[in-house]
Design a protein around this ligand. Structure first.
Ligand code: GLN
Length: 285
C-alpha cells in the first residue's frame, strides 16, 4: 500500500467510526508515526512521496493508532501532546486536554501582567495556562494549584520541559496556597453534572471527570472562587475566570456579591461569553 492509499483508508476508517475531524486526525496520526520514528513526515514530504510504498512496520503502527482513535480515544492521548499559545504541552489522561478557547483567558492575563508580578493558576491541570504565562511574560512569579497529584505531575513536567520556574501547591482550591497575588487565573471544572453524559465520547469517556464536573448547576467552583480568592489577591489585584457560554451573568453576579469591582464579561472569537474579569479593590460593602 502507498502512503496515499494508507491515508485514504485511514480517513475512511475514522469516518465510519464517527470520529469528528476524521480527515485531519488520519493525517495527524500518519505524521505522528513518521516523526516518532525520526523520519520526515510533514506536508511537503507527503506531497513529494505519497506514491511510495509504506513499509509494513509503519503500516502496522498506523493501523493500531487508527483503531484506537476509532474507539474515540482523543488524538492527544495517542500523540501525547497538544499545542497551546504556540507551545507544545505533554498531555495524559490525567489532565484536561488544553483547549484553544482557553487561550482567551491566557491572553487576558498576559495583557495585565508585568515582570515582577505574582500570578496564581487555580486548577492548573496540565499547567498549560501558567507555563504559557511564565514563558510569554518572563520575570513574573508563577504559582499553580490543583487537587490531583496525577495532574500536578504532568504540570511539573510541562514546566520543566518548557524551562519555566513554577511553584506548585496540592490541595482543595486555596487549602495549601501561600502568598498574595496580583493576578489569579482559573479555568475550573464548569459543566453541570447532568450534562456530562451528553458530551462527545472523547470527553465523556476519556477525559478526567474531576476536570469537567462543576456539580449540579456547574457553578460550584465559581461560588467558592468568589469567596475564597480575595484573601489571596492584593488590593487592586484581579481574578480572571474562564466560563461556559451561558454562565456570564451568573458568574458576574457571584463576583459582585462577593465584593469584586469592575466585573466584566469578555467574549471569545465565536462571539460567546468566555472569560469574566474582576478586580479586588477592597470595596467590601
Ligand atoms: N487549567 C487547565 C486548562 O485550562 C485545566 C482546567 C481543568 O482541569 N478544568 O486546560
Amino acid at each position: 500500500m502507498t502512503y496515499r492509499e494508507a491515508l485514504r483508508a485511514g480517513r475512511t476508517h475514522l469516518l465510519e467510526a464517527g470520529v469528528p475531524d476524521a480527515d485531519l486526525d488520519a493525517w495527524y496520526l500518519l505524521e505522528f508515526i513518521r516523526k516518532r520514528a525520526g523520519l520526515p513526515g510533514d506536508r511537503t514530504w507527503f506531497l513529494m512521496n505519497d506514491r511510495e510504498e509504506m513499509p509494513d512496520s509503519e503500516a502496522k503502527d498506523y493501523r493500531e493508532l487508527l483503531d484506537r482513535r476509532a474507539e474515540r480515544i482523543p488524538l492527544q492521548h495517542l500523540t501525547g501532546e497538544q499545542e497551546f499559545m504556540g507551545l507544545s504541552f505533554l498531555v495524559t489522561p490525567e489532565v484536561l486536554v488544553p483547549r484553544q478557547d482557553t487561550e482567551i483567558l491566557a491572553e487576558e492575563a498576559l495583557s495585565r501582567l508585568k515582570p515582577g508580578m505574582a500570578v496564581l493558576d487555580m486548577c492548573t491541570g496540565s499547567g498549560c495556562i501558567i507555563v504559557s504565562l511564565a514563558r510569554l511574560c518572563p520575570g513574573i512569579r508563577a504559582a499553580a494549584s490543583d487537587l490531583s497529584s496525577g495532574a500536578l505531575a504532568v504540570a511539573r513536567e510541562n514546566a520543566k520541559r518548557l524551562d519555566t520556574a513554577v511553584s506548585f501547591f496540592q490541595g482543595d482550591l486555596f487549602e495549601e496556597v501561600e502568598g498574595l497575588y496580583d493576578v489569579i487565573v482559573s479555568n475550573p471544572p464548569y459543566i453541570p453534572t447532568d450534562d456530562i453524559s451528553g458530551l462527545m465520547d472523547e470527553v465523556r469517556l476519556h477525559e478526567p471527570v474531576m476536570a469537567l464536573d462543576g456539580q449540579a448547576d456547574g457553578l460550584y467552583f465559581y461560588r467558592r472562587l468568589a469567596k475564597e480568592s480575595r484573601d489571596f489577591l492584593k488590593p487592586g489585584g484581579c481574578l480572571l475566570l474562564e466560563i461556559g457560554y451561558d454562565q456570564g451573568d451568573a458568574v458576574k453576579n457571584l463576583l459582585e456579591e462577593a465584593g469584586f469591582c469592575n466585573v466584566c464579561v469578555k467574549k471569545d472569537l465565536a462571539g460567546l461569553d468566555r472569560v469574566v474579569a474582576a478586580e479586588n479593590r477592597g470595596c467590601l460593602a
